[in-house]
Structure formats: structure tokens, C-alpha cells
Design a protein around this ligand. Structure first.
Ligand code: ZN
Length: 257
């Protein structure tokens, strides 16, 4: 058997899957190695070696080895850095964090590291420990994730005639175009919903603004609804499916508000 090198890295738990009687297959998002999938032998039995470390969105220190980048990693040890207990005490926050984790999983190919994506998760989980989950938090996370992973929607100008966004004007967002279209170019059908320049500008603001200033941005209902339609519609289009945790999170948020 070839010698395997051990690696140490910090990583967020994306998901864990039961494997056989006693093992778990864990997916992490790590800083240095990107997404890692590994097997934790005996994790279901050995509470001492792996004491509740594999809960989604926990930040952990992992030591793992693998034959090559494509092989399933062997998780030698895993310790908690941050369990985010303040998030876990609150159902709405827990589901929001789970949605962030799901999106990270969907938008990260295995074996490709992206420091910005790791930091995005770290920043937004830290934010959730301090602040309430809001429409702004969720939409700005989506905007930033899309930007960081190379799928930023084109919102600064009409994708067809290139006229920059102008206040007081209505736009249309068709996910397959990847950006906004002005009313003149869009030829909307009766059921197509327009979006305001204000919504478009708020989302553009959200992709770069200082995270501490996020609490100063509130989304009135109309703006929140248009933002959701743009981003969730686009994400569903890119992935070819809906993100499961989104619906649960939204149901709970509606119930709690
Ligand atoms: Zn146009």
C-alpha cells in the first residue's frame, strides 16, 4: 500500500451520511483543499474519537489522509473549533445556516479551493450568532456566493441593449439570460413579473458592502419579494433543481415573523 500523507485543515461540515453500521461519510468545506469527502471509521460508535463533531455547519479541525485528490479521504481525527451554539439555540437561524451550507455544497466542485467562499461562510455564520436572520442577510449571502463562484447575475445594465440601470425604470429577469433586460428589449408576457431599479441596485450593493453595514439595509416587502424571485429563480435555473433547505427555512421564517 502506498504511503499516505496526512493533512491538517479547518473545515465546515457540509453534510454527513450514515455508511454501514458504524461509519459516516462526511463532506467538509475546507480552506486549503476546498470540498473534501471522507470516511470517519467507527464514528457512530466511537463517541470518544469523534464526539458530536459532525453536525452541519460546525467548524472543525480535521486531520485526514488520502491516496490522491479524487480518492475518498480517511478522517483520522476531527475536533470542534466552533459549534455555533448560539445559532443552534434558534430554529430560524439554524435553518438559515443550513441553507448557506447547502448552497456552498451545491456551488463547490470537489477538490477546488476557494478562500473567499470559506470566508463568506465564516463571516455569515459569525453574523448569525449576533444578529437576526433577515431577508437582507439571505439575499446578500446568495449574491456574494454567486459572485465568488463565478455565477454573478448581470444586474448593472440590460443584457441586450447594454443601457445602464436607471432609477424609476422597470426591468425583467429571465434566469436563462443570466441578467436583467429593460422593458423595451424584454417583450414581457402577461405573467412575467417586472423588478424595480431599486431592487436591482440593492442587490448590487449587497455583493460588496461591508458586512457590518448589512443591518442598516432593510428590505420592504415588495423589494424582498422581487429580490427573492431574481436570486432563487436564478439559483434554481443554474442547479437545475430547487435547493431543499430553502423551502423549510422560508416556512419557518414566515411562522416566526
Ligand atoms: Zn434593453
Amino acid at each position: 500500500m502506498s504511503t499516505r500523507e496526512s493533512h491538517k485543515t479547518a473545515g465546515f461540515v457540509l453534510k454527513s451520511l450514515s455508511y454501514g453500521e458504524s461509519d459516516l461519510i462526511i463532506t467538509f468545506y475546507s480552506r486549503e483543499f476546498g470540498k473534501i469527502k471522507g470516511i470517519a471509521k467507527g464514528a457512530k460508535r466511537s463517541k470518544k474519537r469523534f464526539a458530536n463533531v459532525f453536525e452541519p455547519f460546525s467548524l472543525t479541525n480535521i486531520i485526514f489522509s488520502r491516496k490522491n485528490r479524487d480518492a475518498l479521504a480517511f478522517i483520522e481525527s476531527c475536533d470542534i473549533i466552533d459549534h455555533y451554539s448560539l445559532i443552534r439555540q434558534d430554529l430560524e437561524k439554524t435553518l438559515t445556516a443550513s441553507y448557506f451550507i447547502d448552497l456552498t455544497d451545491h456551488f463547490s466542485p470537489e477538490g477546488k479551493s476557494n478562500d473567499n467562499l470559506f470566508m463568506l461562510l465564516a463571516d455569515f455564520l459569525a453574523w448569525l450568532t449576533r444578529e437576526k436572520a433577515s431577508d437582507t442577510t439571505i439575499r446578500f449571502f446568495e449574491m456574494r456566493l454567486l459572485k465568488i463562484t463565478g455565477f454573478e447575475p448581470a444586474l448593472t445594465a440590460c443584457v441586450n441593449c447594454k443601457t445602464p440601470v436607471t432609477n424609476g425604470t422597470s426591468y425583467y429577469f429571465f434566469p436563462k439570460d443570466g441578467g436583467i433586460t429593460c422593458a423595451a428589449c424584454a417583450r414581457p408576457e402577461r405573467y412575467d413579473q417586472s423588478v424595480s431599479a431599486g431592487t436591482v441596485r440593492t442587490l448590487l450593493l449587497g455583493k460588496d458592502m461591508d458586512i457590518e453595514k448589512m443591518k442598516m439595509v432593510s428590505m420592504p416587502e415588495g423589494l424582498a419579494c422581487e429580490s427573492r424571485n431574481i436570486l432563487c429563480g436564478f439559483i434554481t435555473h443554474l442547479l437545475g433543481k430547487e435547493v431543499k433547505s430553502l423551502k423549510v427555512m422560508e416556512q419557518v421564517r414566515r411562522y416566526c415573523s
